[in-house]
Design a protein around this ligand. Structure first.
Ligand SMILES: [Zn+2]
Length: 514
């Protein structure tokens, strides 16, 4: 279940304060971290980054210092870059949304592959079969004690209602505990999970992780007690009457009941009305799941000059929900990664190792792209020097969350990344901290590859997340190229430095069952 909980929500796990569990097993030799001088600079740890000074310089010179001039060159070129915006604008405005199985996703696969080829990169696609869920019609209204239409979005993966719709009295609950306490009332009724997402906190991040479990597991938990439908208060801390979609996960063996997100405003209204008497609603959903369809991961490479078989993977997900145009989620991540290798190529910076862009398919409602990548590249896992992911939109970059399976190597890896990120002082993206890498690199990280989640200001992401409002106008072109600079500098140094931050991960023998 946790796998599904982290879909499209890199923020989720680090917001919860947990980190990935370890799958160590790296050979004891060739650990460059262990041999390097100690006392590297402590990472900057407090937001906002701009207000804090860097810690005192380390006694030993930073291993990254020789790259400062090159880093400055990359930053300067990135901040003047127009290509990232152009790519994102095409993906967002011309192709539009890219739900798995949709025409938009098919077009996006072709266009991103063609574009990376035109930029001079080595490109291939990896075929992946993906779920094909379609939304269909969606209507909902409060029918008693007042009459009011509601703006809703069916949850991804939901079954539809009967053609004539579903009518029922609402049971409002505020937690799973509350649901169980009210179980005598649930049978034959529609459960509303009215759980407020906590506000963004500069230290603890977004409160997404605290509420998304209701969206994922809520329908089956309610169905277990005899509910006939579920309404979910949208998972956002700030609302302008927009419903937010996202995946649900039905539990095997429990009846699948229809489920839709209502706005924060309508959830609050129903809760207020329910305090004084029964509230009835009508729900009509045409959602259904069709047979799987072929899709693909798109893979583009800037080949290494010296060790082309060693890989720094930089990834994002190409699919999106079918509302809005997936500009922040995750069109921005795709455009940043695609442009990062193009920028290095334009600067004639061919690093020692290969930088591999992977645009994963089906992150939102299945994660099939990342599973297929992991399975097909099982033998190549030890050659992955790092895996980087961008999946929290495009806002002011802070640096990277560093995910290390072997916790004994965590601090040293964070310290090494801090040395690299010190070169990003001109744009203040200097923070390295332990945390979650991302949903599409999760299997690689778990296997022992250094995981890096592009870390940025998360105060606005969940306002737009999975809504009709996730469109290009919400993206700031300046922040977009700051993210480009952060990714390009870090990817270049990881691909160019003589050693690697973590020793090679073991070949994953259970890759068939990731
Ligand atoms: Zn996403």
């Amino acid at each position: 279940m946790l796998n599904r909980l982290v879909l499209c929500s890199s923020v989720l796990v680090f917001a919860c304060g947990s980190q990935q569990t370890a799958t160590p097993g790296a050979p004891p030799t060739a650990d460059p971290v262990a041999k390097t001088p100690t006392s590297p600079p402590a990472p900057t740890t407090v937001e906002p980054v701009a207000k804090k000074e860097l810690p005192a310089p380390p006694k030993q010179p930073s291993f990254a210092e020789p790259y400062r001039a090159t880093a400055n060159k990359i930053i300067k070129a990135a901040l003047a870059d127009k290509g990232t915006w152009k790519k994102l604008a095409y993906l967002s405005d011309r192709i539009g949304h890219r739900l798995s199985g949709s025409k938009g996703m098919e077009k996006a696969v072709k266009w991103t592959a063609d574009t990376m080829k035109a930029d001079g990169h080595v490109v291939r696609t990896q075929k992946v079969m993906v779920p094909h869920w379609v939304r269909g019609i969606e209507q909902a209204s409060i029918t008693a004690p007042i009459k009011k239409p509601m703006r809703i979005l069916t949850l991804g993966g939901s079954v539809g209602t009967a053609r004539r719709g579903l009518r029922g009295e609402v049971v409002v609950v505020t937690s799973f505990k509350d649901l169980v306490a009210k179980k005598a009332k649930v049978k034959g009724r529609i459960v509303l999970y009215n759980v407020a997402m906590p506000k963004y906190h500069p230290e603890h991040g977004a409160g997404y992780g605290k509420t998304v479990a209701y969206r994922w597991a809520g329908p089956s938990q309610a169905a277990k007690l005899g509910a006939v439908g579920v309404l979910m208060r949208s998972v956002t801390a700030r609302s302008l009457n927009s419903p937010h979609t996202g995946s649900l996960g039905y539990t095997k063996g429990i009846k699948k009941i229809p489920a839709a997100a209502v706005t924060v405003e309508d959830a609050a209204l129903i809760a207020r009305l329910a305090k004084t008497g029964p509230v009835k609603v009508r729900l009509r959903l045409g959602a259904r799941t069709l047979p799987d369809k072929p899709s693909a991961n798109v893979i583009g490479e800037l080949r290494g000059r010296d060790k082309p078989d060693e890989i720094v993977l930089i990834g994002a997900h190409l699919d999106s929900w079918d509302v809005g145009t997936g500009a922040h989620d995750d069109g921005a991540g795709c455009a940043i990664m695609m442009q990062a290798i193009t920028l290095l190529k334009q600067l004639k910076l061919q690093p020692r190792r290969t930088i591999r862009v992977v645009l994963f398919t089906n992150e939102e409602n299945g994660g099939r792209g990342s599973k297929a990548y992991f399975k097909e590249h099982a033998a190549e896992i030890p050659k992955h020097v790092a895996a980087m992911e961008a999946d929290t939109g495009s806002f002011t970059p802070y640096g990277f969350r560093v995910a290390v399976a072997d916790k004994t190597k965590q601090n040293a890896a964070v310290a090494k990344m801090a040395e690299i990120l010190a070169l990003l002082k001109p744009i203040n993206a200097t923070r390295a901290r332990a945390g979650y890498g991302g949903a599409d690199i999760r299997l690689l990280t778990k296997a022992g590859v250094l995981g890096l989640g592009l870390d940025m200001d998360g105060s606005k992401y969940f306002d737009y997340h999975h809504t009709h409002a996730d469109t290009l106008d919400k993206v700031d072109p300046k922040q977009l190229v700051q993210n480009l600079a952060t990714v390009a500098v870090a990817a270049y140094i990881l691909a160019e430095m003589p050693g690697r931050i973590l020793p090679p991960a073991a070949v994953n023998k259970s890759a068939d069952k990731p």
